[in-house]
Structure formats: structure tokens, C-alpha cells
Design a protein around this ligand. Structure first.
Ligand code: ATP
Length: 234
């Protein structure tokens, strides 16, 4: 396939060495159906461990790799905003909710890059999500736009073989400063305190009328209760 001029400059951008350490913004995409303390700890831990200036949570409107979310996009967005409002350095970006089509991460990265051309990003993923990276749309282009910060997650091991393992072998750095000398293209794996919390388990707990305190922030729990969300498990 022919490469456009802007593709060339982007590839150069990804490999350009800088002398002043770059300030990175973290990005955490997800269905957030609903947002839970596992997501929030992932964002906070990675922000602190990697020295990110802030972390932007980006809810998917129509996730391409999985079932349709149980709760509509505006309500998941409301839950996210309630969850982050008292946490310094965490923000919500609703750009994927503005799109009618599937929420491809590569499109989000391209749109951020167009809006903020000088900004460098670190896309945060749990290990389970990273293991499936090669199923993502245009996955081989993702590292041209950002670094990847992978957090261990209970039950998901580092890939040992296959295309994602190969990508990791080529791009891995072990120290956070390895992410600040080039604007994109590197992968770091960090241990974070394991919280075995998933949105699936939360939805099931609510449907069984179990108490979800300490799995989601109190303000999220209140909205879920008030709007009677997730009453039927799917
Ligand atoms: P579901 O149970 O519906 O699949 P989920 O809890 O995995 O949802 P997502 O919105 O799919 O939540 O996850 C968004 C991102 O957060 C993914 O990269 C995922 O790996 C990560 N993540 C979710 N929960 C945790 C957790 N407890 N610890 C670390 N990472 C997590």
C-alpha cells in the first residue's frame, strides 16, 4: 500500500529522540459497563508509576470486539463523570460517544493526534485486553500514535508466543523513563496491586441483589440504585 506524506512524518515522529523528557497523557478506553474500582485503581496506579500528567477515560460507544453494553452510552458516561469528579488528574473524554460507528481505538488516537499534534500519549490496558490486541482494527498502527502501558490483571498472563508477544519483544522497555525519550512506539508492563473486580461480576451481583459497596465508588452505586440499572444480568 502506498504511504502518504503524513504517514511518513508520523513514523518519523514515533522514533524521534528528544532531549527534554516528554510529558505523557494516559488514555484508558473501555466499555465501563459500569466503571468500577479496578478501572480507577488502574488509572491512578499507572498515572503515579509512569509519571503521567493526567489520565483520560474514554468510554466506547459501540465496542467492536464484544457484546453491546447493557447500559446506554450517555448513562455510562454519567457514571464515569461521577466516578472521576473527586479524583485529581482523572478526566473523561466523550469523543467516541459522538461517533455513530464502532469505536475503534485507532480512530480515537488519530483524532487526538490531529487535535493536539505535539502531545504524547500512553494507552493504558489491562493484560487481558493487551493479549487480544492483534484482533483490534489496524492494530499494527497503534504504536505509531502512542506508547502502551500494560497493567497486570488477575487471571491474565503475559503473552509468550504469537504476534502480540513478538511486538512486545521488539518494543518493551522496563523503566518509565524509556517512554519519555520518544513520543510513541514503546511498551511497558507494570505490576499494580491486584483487584479482582470486573464489570461482568458487578452486573451479575446487582442482578442477584448483592451488595456492590467497595467494588464501585459510592456515588456510582447511588446512581445505579436510583436509576435501577443492571437489574437483569446478561
Ligand atoms: P467486562 O467484565 O464487562 O468485560 P471489564 O471489567 O473488563 O468489563 P472494560 O471496560 O472492558 O472492563 O475494561 C477497560 C480496561 O480496563 C481494559 O483494558 C481492562 O483490561 C482494564 N481493567 C478492567 N478491570 C481491571 C482490573 N480489575 N484490573 C486491571 N485492569 C482492569
Amino acid at each position: 500500500m502506498a504511504t502518504s506524506g503524513s504517514d511518513h512524518s508520523l513514523r518519523n515522529h514515533a522514533h524521534r529522540q528528544t532531549l527534554t523528557p516528554l510529558q505523557l497523557v494516559g488514555l484508558l478506553g473501555g466499555t465501563f459497563d459500569p466503571i468500577h474500582c479496578g478501572h480507577l485503581r488502574l488509572a491512578i496506579e499507572m498515572k503515579e508509576q509512569l509519571g503521567l500528567s493526567r489520565v483520560v477515560l474514554i468510554p466506547a460507544h459501540i465496542p467492536p470486539h464484544r457484546d453491546t453494553p447493557q447500559v446506554d452510552a450517555p448513562t455510562r458516561h454519567t457514571l464515569l463523570q461521577a466516578a472521576v469528579e473527586a479524583i485529581p488528574g482523572l478526566e473523561v473524554d466523550d469523543r467516541e460517544l459522538q461517533r455513530e460507528k464502532a469505536s475503534y481505538t485507532i480512530d480515537t488516537l488519530r483524532s487526538l493526534n490531529t487535535e493536539h499534534p505535539g502531545q504524547s500519549y500512553c494507552l493504558l490496558l489491562g493484560m487481558d485486553a493487551f493479549r487480544g490486541l492483534d484482533n483490534w482494527y489496524q492494530w499494527q498502527d497503534i504504536l505509531r500514535y502512542c506508547h502502551l502501558g500494560i497493567a497486570q490483571r488477575p487471571g491474565a498472563n503475559c503473552p509468550q508466543r504469537g504476534p502480540v508477544a513478538k511486538l512486545l519483544e521488539h518494543s518493551r522497555v522496563t523503566e518509565p523513563k524509556g517512554l519519555t525519550t520518544v513520543p510513541a512506539g514503546r511498551i511497558i508492563i507494570r505490576e499494580i496491586p491486584a483487584l479482582d473486580i470486573s464489570a461482568t461480576a458487578i452486573r451479575q451481583n446487582i442482578a442477584k441483589k448483592r451488595n456492590i459497596s467497595f467494588l464501585v465508588p459510592p456515588q456510582v452505586q447511588q446512581i445505579i440504585r436510583r436509576k435501577r440499572l443492571y437489574q437483569d444480568a446478561k
